[in-house]
Design a protein around this ligand. Structure first.
Ligand code: FPP
Length: 248
């Protein structure tokens, strides 16, 4: 699967982050239980991971479960955890074959022990892979991530390891779950809502944001290609003027 002709292969976003929204509504429209939407959503995950790797995306971060999602009915939470565990077990062979490394961000201590163990085993087994980082946000919240980072920085200041003057962007980056990863270039939200929902609040400062009405179970190759094409058509100025950017 080479990079499609409609995309510029030299300007593929390094890091794509996705809020996979709309599974429940997609299922409801078909008079099916919400979990059916999540199940078909896993098929979208498989497809998008495959294309991301083939097209040269380096990091794909998927918002699979937020800190707020724990408030959902227990059967939905349990169903999502089951889907996650199955996905990891079923995809290991493909991750190894396709040189995909699995990482995660979030408070994974809150995950059920069997899911956490499968996750940790998959991360270990794929640790040597380097084509695509598939980074799952699990029990993740941007504010909780910032609180944890700030607490760690405060402890280091109190113990004398760090001085307050050392606190800069690099320092904060290095105290977040995403340490070592590039910031997202493109942030996609499916499902028709236009908000960030506590996702990568610090890291997405300069991300191009792409909202689409397509529900996550329907978000497949063409929709992903269109999102990247839109990214490629935008001018990223990072606070500078258009003329400054064009003069290099
Ligand atoms: C949001 O849709 C989606 C989620 C809360 C879960 C996303 C999970 C998956 C796609 C499957 C498991 C993930 C992996 C990585 C295997 P929603 O339920 O909020 O939809 P709604 O807004 O229509 O109710």
């Amino acid at each position: 699967m080479p990079v499609p002709q409609s995309l510029d292969p030299s300007y593929i976003p390094r890091h794509v982050a996705i809020i996979m929204d709309g599974n429940g509504r997609w299922a409801k429209r078909q008079r099916k239980p919400r979990l059916f939407g999540h199940k078909v959503g896993v098929d979208s995950v498989q497809e998008i991971v495959e294309y991301a790797g083939e097209w040269g995306v380096e990091v794909l971060t998927l918002y699979a479960f937020s800190t707020e999602n724990w408030k959902r009915p227990a059967d939905e939470v349990g169903g999502l955890m089951g889907l996650l565990k199955n996905y990891l077990q079923q995809e290991l062979t493909r991750m190894l074959k396709n040189n995909i490394r699995l990482t995660c961000i979030g408070n994974i201590l809150k995950l059920p022990a069997d899911v956490r163990e499968t996750l940790q085993a998959t991360m270990q087994e794929t640790a040597g892979n380097d084509k695509l980082i598939l980074n799952l946000a699990l029990s993740y919240g941007g504010r909780a991530e910032l609180i944890r980072g700030i607490q760690n920085i405060a402890e280091e200041v109190c113990s004398g390891k760090l001085s307050s003057a050392d606190i800069d962007e690099k320092c904060i980056d290095s105290h977040l779950y995403t340490v070592g990863l590039p910031d997202p270039d493109l942030l996609i939200r499916t499902g028709g809502e236009a908000r960030l929902s506590n996702f990568l609040l610090w890291q997405a400062s300069y991300a191009e944001i792409y909202f689409t009405d397509i529900m996550w179970p329907d978000f497949r190759e063409e929709a992903f290609r269109n999102a990247i094409a839109e990214y490629q058509s935008r001018e990223r100025r990072f606070g500078k003027t258009s003329a400054q950017i064009k003069s290099g």
